[in-house]
Design a protein around this ligand. Structure first.
Ligand SMILES: [Mn+2]
Length: 345
């Protein structure tokens, strides 16, 4: 296992100088953020980013994310050019030492929460998802973090309707088309492609979501028979669905060598469809992080792992879920568990 930390580049209030001081940290997970979705990333930007990271003694082997253009997800006529651009990004990143690319196939909205600064009893704040609050929202009129705010209400309505029209099976078809195009390039370049599950793993506002359950992850892996075609197994996303058993998924997909990237964080499940993000330490949430890491250890996991979202603690302000302190605590906690597992093995 290689412990990594997400870093949003020079605009991130968390600095590489901070990240390098977390014991056991091998590298950052980052991306070129200056390029519109669907475009080819400028090679000089990739080179600059990599050298900036390496100057601080960290690696840049994981990219999160190379986003997938909506036209690809919708199967529109323009998709082929965007897919060619995507292949070019795989080649460019591989050329500069990237070994794993995280992406997702979530329509319109990336991750969704009802509140980003919910105060917990201990004075920290966390992201939460309360089902009843999300159900009250009108997606064409409101914006939440993770949502692309460049759409007008009319465009948003049109986009949502287009997804409702294609439905889940249409989305599967478009995903299959995309995978069959990009995977030969990833195999040739020896890059592991790691799809991130939908967060949360259920349909919102009637828009189809398909990367949600063990059954669907099996169906996804069956689309292309090569170990480079794999998963980012995100505990906070998948385990928010009480129908999912994350540890069982680690055993199942990890045993097949298909987990290339692990996102591990804890959540407190508040009944069906609602949850609060919690500190990584097992008693703080509904997931047993020791059991989860033991499952990774048992399958001989050699991929990348990162603490996922953290709370805001100690007065820190910044990007919700991505402060320094709580994620550093989470990383250190998991590094400690891993050391213990190694020594007891
Ligand atoms: Mn995640």
């Amino acid at each position: 296992m290689k412990m990594t930390f997400r870093w949003f580049g020079d605009d991130d209030p968390v600095k590489l100088d901070d990240i390098r001081q977390i014991p056991g940290m091998t590298g950052v997970v980052t991306a070129v953020y200056s390029v519109p979705v669907g475009e080819v990333w400028p090679e000089e930007e990739i080179i600059r980013l990599k050298s900036e990271v390496e100057e601080k003694g960290l690696e840049m082997e994981v990219i999160e994310s190379v986003p997938v253009h909506e036209d690809i997800k919708l199967g529109r006529d323009t998709r082929d050019q965007y897919i060619e651009n995507y292949k070019e990004n795989i080649r460019l990143l591989a050329k500069h030492g990237v070994k794993c690319i995280c992406y997702n196939f979530m329509p319109v909205f990336d991750w969704t929460r009802s509140q980003l600064d919910h105060k917990l009893k201990d004075g920290s704040s966390a992201l939460i998802y309360y089902k009843e609050d999300v159900e009250k929202l009108d997606p064409t009129k409101l914006s939440l973090p993770g949502w692309d705010e460049s759409y007008s209400p009319e465009e948003m309505k049109e986009l949502i309707d287009a997804y409702k029209t294609i439905g889940e099976e249409g989305l599967w078809e478009n995903l299959e088309y995309f995978i069959k195009e990009i995977m030969p390039v990833a195999v040739e370049e020896d890059v592991n492609m790691a799809i991130h599950p939908d967060d949360p793993p259920w349909s919102i506002f009637g828009i189809p979501r398909i990367i949600t359950t063990k059954e669907n992850l099996d169906r996804f892996l069956d689309l292309y028979d090569d170990v480079h075609h794999g998963l980012t197994l995100c505990s906070g996303s998948l385990a928010a669905g009480t129908f999912n058993n994350y540890r069982d998924m680690v055993q199942h997909f990890g045993g097949q060598g298909r987990i290339h990237f692990a996102h591990v964080r804890n959540i407190k499940i508040l009944g069906e469809g609602s949850f609060e993000e919690a500190a990584h330490y097992s008693p703080c949430g509904s997931l047993d992080i020791v059991e989860i890491l033991k499952a990774y250890h048992d399958v001989g996991f050699k991929g990348y792992l990162r603490p996922d979202h953290g709370r805001m603690i100690w007065g820190e302000t910044g990007k919700p879920g991505y402060g320094l302190y709580d994620r550093a605590l989470g990383a250190m906690y998991m590094t400690g568990i891993w050391e213990t597992l190694e020594k007891l093995a």
